[in-house]
Design a protein around this ligand. Structure first.
Ligand code: ADP
Length: 501
């Protein structure tokens, strides 16, 4: 069957539109992904920069306080080594102090080691004459430690160059701790010193990874502050996850659209096939009705006009009338029952009884056409069959359809075997012919309403395509099932499996 073009075009257009939509969605998702990642990074950078500024301000303030304290002490008349030692105790931010007078004399400490001598020398070398005059503060990196240089005024040695070595452990412990609060959410702030060791962390890092690192200013050279995010929460991961779920949703949507289209397309094909089958059905039924009717009319008219030569012929004509009217009523019964099944109104009157008389009666009612068409019928009914739940009229109708088909599709091999045997607690009734047979691929479909195997095979054979659908419905109403065996050219064997009580 060639599917109609228009629906195919429409489906194609919808699918293409869905694809374009998906492609656009994917592109804007990628763009959104990049923008979101950039934004999240910016936010992380802002948070880290703010933290760095806060720490730097706190350090500068702590240093200022310390220097102001030392300056106050230096103005004292009794300023000397003891006062500096006391100052160092009061200001744990500094762990060493070096004081030199402008003439080069080292005022504090009184004695120094070789290493300290190198610090003092470095301090002097770094400081220009202008610094003596202008004053101010400078952070010097001496041997990897920060030494704060400043000029104290008004001491009894005149201006003093002070080199104050900062204790970075105290810095981490006190100053940073006071300056920084833990950031909101699950991110962690980490302050790392020049050697890369974490000096301060807002929370245990565990599996967190750094997202962004920013340097401090001049007060904390080579120190950095880093923002860590727990594994999977880094901006890139979060954005990627969101993008993935969007993409999954998109894919799902596409799949849904695709499935919907395919399902609609199939449904539409099936509908048009049913429509075609229905119109075939109407044509076939009309044709089936017409043939016996014209026969009846013709023979009735002949009888009516008294043109029959002898009594034997007359009886033969009456027999034709009976046979054709039986066929007519069978056909009408089929159609009526089928319509009742379709509308859900079909009821069966299932009692309890033997199968044997039903089989015999039905074969008897076919005796004449079977004989006339030259069929040899072999009937074998096993003795002592159990009674089964049974609507005798319905079973007769099922058998009539099977016998009718056996005759229709027999070809030249005009042999039909009908048997009934015990099967489990029930009975299996078989109708077998030696006719054209049924391809394996069609075995299921022949029980569908209106279905008839490819026209070439059935061509010339009358039928409506509802006979086997009726048979199946009847057997299933009895709690049983119908099966078919035999391939093309091997004849067909239909078996009604009727369960026991
Ligand atoms: P129909 O009125 O066409 O006989 P049925 O529902 O009785 O409708 O059967 C459906 C189709 O199954 C038939 O058109 C025919 O192709 C196939 N069929 C049924 N019985 C036989 C059989 N005994 N041998 C071969 N083909 C059969």
């Amino acid at each position: 069957m060639t599917p109609p073009r228009l629906p195919l075009l429409i489906f194609g257009a919808v699918f293409a539109a869905a694809l374009v939509l998906a492609a656009l969605g994917y592109l804007s998702l990628r763009r959104w992904e990049q923008a979101a990642e950039r934004q999240l990074r910016e936010q992380a950078r802002d948070a880290a920069t703010m933290a760095a500024e806060k720490v730097e301000m706190a350090v500068v303030r702590a240093e200022q306080d310390g220097i102001a304290d030392l300056q106050a002490v230096a103005l004292d008349r009794g300023f000397g080594a003891d006062a500096v030692a006391a100052w160092l105790r009061r200001n744990p931010l500094f762990d060493a102090a070096y004081l030199c007078a402008r003439d080069g004399r080292v005022v504090y400490p009184a004695r120094w080691s070789r290493a300290e001598g190198l610090v003092i020398a470095a301090l002097r070398a770094e400081i220009s004459q202008g610094f003596w005059d202008r004053g101010g503060r400078r952070h010097l990196d001496v041997d990897g430690r920060v030494v704060l240089a400043t000029v104290l005024r008004g001491s009894r040695w005149g201006p003093l160059l002070a080199g104050l070595r900062r204790d970075d452990r105290t810095l981490g412990r006190d100053v940073v701790d006071r300056a920084l609060a833990a950031p909101e959410g699950r991110s962690a702030l980490v302050v790392v010193d020049a050697s890369g060791r974490p000096v301060w962390t807002s929370r245990p890092l565990e599996s967190a990874a750094p997202v962004i690192t920013v340097p401090f200013g001049e007060a904390l050279p080579a120190w950095r502050v880093a923002l860590y995010e727990p594994a999977g929460l880094a901006p890139r991961d979060m954005v990627r996850r969101q993008a993935m779920s969007f993409m999954a949703a998109f894919a799902l949507l596409l799949a849904l659209i695709g499935t919907g289209l395919v399902a609609t397309y199939r449904l539409q094909r099936r509908e048009s096939e049913i429509a075609r089958l229905k119109s075939d059905f109407v044509a076939n039924v009309s044709h089936d009705l017409k043939t016996p009717l014209s026969l009846i009319r013709m023979f009735a008219e002949t009888l009516e006009m008294d043109r029959v030569p002898d009594e034997a012929r007359r009886r033969e004509y009456y027999a034709v009338l009976t046979r054709e009217s039986e066929r007519l009523s069978r056909l009408i019964d089929n159609v009526l029952d089928f319509s009742r099944i379709e509308s859900g109104r079909q009821r069966y009157d299932i009692g309890h009884g033997p199968v044997e008389p039903v089989v015999h009666e039905e074969i008897e009612s076919f005796r004449h056409p079977l004989h006339q068409q030259g069929f040899a019928v072999d009937v074998s009914i096993a003795p002592d069959l159990p009674d089964v739940p049974l609507d005798a009229e319905a079973l007769k109708q099922a058998l009539a359809n099977l016998l009718d088909n056996a005759m229709k599709y027999s070809g030249d091999q005009r042999k039909i075997a009908v048997s009934a045997r015990r099967e489990g607690g029930g009975v299996a009734v078989e109708v077998a012919d030696e006719g054209i047979g049924i391809p394996i691929s069609e075995r299921e479909r022949i029980f569908e309403k209106f279905y008839r195997i490819g026209r070439s095979e059935t061509q010339g054979r009358r039928g409506s395509g509802v006979g086997l659908a009726l048979v199946r419905h009847i057997v299933e109403a009895h709690g049983g099932r119908v099966t078919v065996d035999g391939g093309p050219g091997e004849g067909s064997r239909f078996t009604l499996h009727l369960p026991g009580a």
